[in-house]
Design a binder for this molecule. Sequence first.
Ligand SMILES: C[S@@+](CC[C@H](N)C(=O)[O-])C[C@H]1O[C@@H](n2cnc3c(N)ncnc32)[C@H](O)[C@@H]1O
Length: 358
Amino acid sequence: MREYIFILGREPELSFLEIISYFKAQGVTYKVVEYKDEVAIFLLREFDSDILIKRLGGTVKIAEVFMDYKYKGEENRLNWGISVYKGQGKELRNYLTKEFKKENVKAMFRKAREKFFTPSEILAKHLLEFVVYGKYWAKTIAIFEPKWYKERDETRPKQMLLHQVSLRLARILINLSQARANLLDPYCGVGTILQEGLISNLDVVGVDIDEESVKASKKNLEWLKNKYNLKNKFKVIKGDAKGLTRYFKRNSIQGVATEPYLGPYHKKLPTREKVSGEVKNLERLYYGFLVQLRQILRKNGKVAIVFPRLKFHRGSKNLDVKEILKNSGFKVSNIDERVKLPIVSEGKFLDRLIYVLE
Ligand SMILES: C[S@@+](CC[C@H](N)C(=O)[O-])C[C@H]1O[C@@H](n2cnc3c(N)ncnc32)[C@H](O)[C@@H]1O
């Protein structure tokens, strides 16, 4: 086994939990060597880093830790640089300069504008990147490429901005659900989560109450299936998430990833009174849906779900999550003791509280 440094995205806790969930679902043997802020070091058996970084929505880079480095590439001219996440880069720079010289490689050192290079800079400069994290030296073996998402996001046939989550969050939720066979999104909107599930070899089913969203989902999924020649199945049903037992058999669903309806759209912050009313409505919706979900979800199935915290002028209001979970037969899943759920992703009009339930 070897040590690998994972550089985590904007919400490091979420990214960390995503990696752990993914490893658990895939039966990967791992050990967490260190985890702090945006850096996690794992002990892992050899793996395909190109596949892994595409599967994870929240990891920016993966770098392999080394004790000594030998350049094994074929080019005798290259650009290289060092990203320093903790400590100093000088010692590694001296060491590598000597190594490149020994191998007769014309290696041009590029300095990072900040302390570290972004994936776009690495791609633009065709950079061979190294990472310093305290005593660890590592070589970057995979980076997140924004163009993978752009292609699936911007060129799909249907977009409805209020009815879709970001592809990145979609991937994270799917991984948090640890789904291995089938995945349900009971508020599927234009099908972003379903789409990312399908591309990860899951059979996916979606439900949405809105006819237009159902049509959009179907169109997007058909398009994706053809474009990437995917073999898995999808199904989209027009229906109410509070009536799931009408559409699905008992224990038929293995994993759920969803960003449900989060309340009405506002142009400016509403009043406290208005938010109180909206929270009441949402509590009814979330409770009604989770009670039904309990019956169709397998015993060991997990639900990765967003609860909204609605903002008003000078404050915010949560749903009574504790009560909803108690009455619907769910509890918060303890995936890793280092991360406490929910994880909060802050927004302008509402914060997203991300839970994993079981
Ligand atoms: C935030 S969007 C979902 C985004 C979606 N998960 C995705 O992957 O892009 C919320 C969706 O919930 C749907 N919705 C609202 N109330 C519903 C209900 N009772 N049952 C099912 N869908 C509902 C809306 O039509 C809307 O498309």
